[in-house]
Write a protein of this length. Structure first.
Length: 93
């Protein structure tokens, strides 16, 4: 865990622009910040059965079999159509 005190003394931090312009006027002395990953675009998705298989530690045939089952259940013929079917307003992952 990284703390502000790893970089600034209390006196130094109280003279920083973020503290003087934002935190002090809001009455905020301590802040907890959590960084989360952003949404992944299509380029970050596994683009092939081989890549999915490697990530899951299963065979390509197993991936293909499951994808075919998903396509049948959704009544689509490919992954792009399945994504559009499941996320009509746009993919969120």
């Amino acid at each position: 865990m990284t703390k502000v005190s790893d970089f600034y003394s209390a006196r130094q931090r109280h003279s920083t622009i973020p503290y003087t312009d934002f935190f002090r006027p809001q009455g905020v002395e301590h802040v907890l910040q959590l960084c989360l990953p952003g949404l992944l675009g299509p380029a970050a998705w596994p683009c092939s059965a081989a890549k999915i298989a490697r990530q899951l530690g299963i065979t390509e045939g197993t991936v293909r079999s499951h994808l075919e089952d998903i396509y049948t259940r959704l009544q689509v013929s490919n992954r792009a159509a399945a994504v559009v079917h499941v996320f009509p307003d746009g993919a969120t992952m």
